[in-house]
Design a protein around this ligand. Structure first.
Ligand SMILES: NC(=O)c1ccc[n+]([C@@H]2O[C@H](COP(=O)([O-])OP(=O)(O)OC[C@H]3O[C@@H](n4cnc5c(N)ncnc54)[C@H](OP(=O)(O)O)[C@@H]3O)[C@@H](O)[C@H]2O)c1
Length: 166
């Protein structure tokens, strides 16, 4: 099964602050919905809370926590990353979408096959959550689509797909 990270990260790899996103980019939300729709999505307990403490509709929500007591309607709760992969494989999904946050990305990037990244072309100095550096020795840029800031988007951004080199 393919394991894909899905992330929006700034030039300095910032992804969040105080358990919230750093920007509002409606086109990125649309892109995120398209890429993840109908798929199993794995997220850390903090990201689940940052997304409003409720499951994303139209997706199989898998929440990772060390707690044995965490329960939320409409989610599958796992205590190990391997359990999420097992769940997705058992249910015949071909791709597991890993939605973060920082702690989950850092534990999964080495074992991942793809990265769908929205690169936000701005440096956020005061962030407290970061995406790992994409090591270009290990990862190949497959596609890049640039977008420029406008009245609804405060920053330039690019949709990129990276794949792990063989
Ligand atoms: N820009 C983006 O694309 C994007 C995407 C996602 C998140 N974010 C941002 O990232 C930040 C959140 O990231 P974060 O690193 O603080 O939190 P996180 O990775 O979302 O969640 C961390 C929690 O996940 C659970 N966890 C992680 N690894 C585990 C493991 N191996 N086994 C069991 N449980 C595990 C633990 O939950 P328990 O404490 O319950 O045990 C841990 O406290 C927020 O600012 C959010 O807005 C940004």
């Amino acid at each position: 099964m393919i394991k894909s990270l899905v992330v929006a990260a700034a030039t300095n790899n910032a992804i969040g602050k105080n358990n919230q996103l750093l920007w509002n980019l409606p086109n990125d939300l649309r892109f995120f919905k398209n890429v993840t729709w109908g798929m199993p999505v794995l997220m850390g307990r903090k990201t689940f809370e940052a997304l409003g403490n409720k499951p994303l509709n139209g997706r199989i929500n898998i929440v990772l926590t060390s707690s044995k007591f965490f329960k939320k309607e409409g989610t599958v709760v796992v205590n190990k990353i391997k359990d999420a992969e097992f769940f997705a494989t058992q249910n015949d999904y071909k791709e597991l979408m890993i939605l973060g946050g920082a702690h989950v990305y850092s534990q999964t990037i080495d074992d991942a096959d793809k990265i769908y990244i929205t690169r936000v072309h701005h440096v956020f100095e005061d962030a407290d959550a970061f995406f790992p550096v994409i090591d270009e020795q290990k990862w190949k840029l497959i596609s890049n689509e640039d977008h420029f800031k406008d009245e609804k988007h405060a920053y330039d951004y690019s949709f990129q797909l990276w794949e792990k080199k063989p």
